[in-house]
Ligand binder design. Structure first.
Ligand SMILES: [Zn+2]
Ligand SMILES: [Zn+2]
Length: 401
């Protein structure tokens, strides 16, 4: 316990440098696969601290590797670097200087926390084994984690376990939140096109109306979650867009629907896809219209493995104490591409509270809000957590301490 307090103090003493770095990243946000400045900054810092660095993995991804001692254990820690296409309205002194681009999801903070840990570990390397620090591009929908994996991430940098951390408003600042099992939803997309025969609004019998079929389909799709999915399994089927027709007296030739489909369980995900497709095809058939479905699988369900989650929970509790750890946090219907890494390697995704009240100012609004800002008080806590996790996972023999 006392060494843990010492660790937090040691990391806190150097936090100012990484708060400045975080604000610099915040001023210069970059969109998915365009994180050139950010990646260059990350790579040059890691190199300066003695890491072996590889650039350009999966586009703009960077891996920094540090090997100490003779253990064969290998650990991966991941941070994301990309920003969002949002015009910032935080009013912060360090607000975005790139018009229309903003770090509204706190990935600037994730990068800064992992760099702060990297520096500490380079100087105080009380571990034995291989540490792989993964800075990925394009978490926000671009699948940067998958791109890095397709580029051979885990073949070139094998890991026995991987961990990642995300800031989260709604939890007290600095609270560490863990969850075993499914934590973030899968996210799939479908475009449904219904094709009929256009005609005069006064003579519907001479047309085949795709608009009525679309309206009926929207209602029928509501039954997938209410009637097909196990009531104890969270699932979402949202029709977010419906486009058909332009004039009151014209029956359009086609209608288009855009769907967002989410689940917190792999089998439920498959069920949703099967039932939505069945309803689309059979509803269309019943109205005599043609149906086309373009189904795109996005991020998978994020599943934290039990042993690694228990391990991270122990590290968190030893570091900040039981009252600042939420051992069994709630699952979220958002999605996260670290899920791809967890399909390959055991590990856990941890949340760090960004504040939950008016006193926390802009940090209290939700991520992706134009007023959002990462809480700088989390840099020391997040970095100390990474250091403690590395030192425990890659424990050095006692004699070398
Ligand atoms: Zn986000
Ligand atoms: Zn994010």
């Amino acid at each position: 316990m006392s060494t843990m307090t010492g660790l937090l103090q040691a990391v806190s003493a150097r936090a100012d440098e990484f708060i400045r770095l975080r604000r610099d990243l915040h001023r210069h946000p970059e969109l998915a696969y365009e994180e050139h400045r950010t990646a260059a900054l990350v790579a040059s810092q890691l190199e300066a601290w003695g890491y072996q660095v590889e650039r350009g993995i999966g586009g703009t991804g960077v891996v920094g590797q540090l090997v100490r001692g003779d253990s064969t254990r290998r650990l991966g820690l991941r941070a994301d670097m990309d920003a969002l296409p949002i015009t910032e309205a935080s009013g912060r002194e360090w607000a975005s200087q790139n018009a229309g681009v903003m770090h509204a999801c706190g990935h600037d903070g994730h990068t800064a926390m992992l760099l702060a840990a990297a520096r500490h570990l380079a100087e105080d390397a009380r571990f034995s084994g291989t540490l792989n620090l993964v800075f990925q591009p394009a978490e926000e929908g671009g699948g940067g984690a998958l791109r890095m994996m397709q580029d051979g991430l885990f073949e070139r940098y094998p890991c026995d376990a991987v961990f990642a951390m995300h800031n989260m408003p709604g939890y007290p600042q600095g609270q560490l939140v863990l969850r075993e099992g499914a934590m973030m939803a899968s996210s799939d997309y479908a475009t449904v096109t219904l094709g009929g025969v256009g005609g005069h609004g006064a003579m519907p019998h001479k047309a085949v109306d795709p608009l009525v079929a679309a309206a009926s389909l929207v209602m029928a799709l509501q039954t997938v979650v209410s009637r097909n999915v196990d009531p104890l399994q969270p699932a979402v089927v949202t029709v977010g867009a419906l486009h058909a027709g332009r004039a009151n007296n014209v029956i359009p030739a086609s209608a288009t629907l855009e769907l967002s489909v989410r689940a917190l369980d792999r089998a439920t995900r498959d069920l949703l896809e099967r039932r939505v497709k069945e309803l689309v095809l059979l509803q269309a058939q019943s109205f005599g219209v043609q149906a086309e479905i373009d189904w795109r699988r996005g991020y998978p369900v994020l599943v934290n493995t039990p042993a690694e989650t228990a391990f991270a929970r122990e590290v968190a509790t030893a570091l900040v104490g039981q009252e600042r750890v939420t051992p069994h946090g709630a699952a979220l219907t958002g999605s996260e591409d670290f899920a791809f890494m967890l399909e390959r390697v055991p590990g856990s995704y941890i949340l760090i509270g960004n504040g939950d009240g008016p006193a926390d100012g802009p940090t209290a609004c939700m991520v992706h809000n134009p007023g959002y800002d990462f809480h700088d008080g989390n840099i020391a806590i997040g970095a100390a957590f990474w250091v403690a996790l590395v030192q425990r996972f890659l424990e050095a023999p006692a004699r070398s301490r």
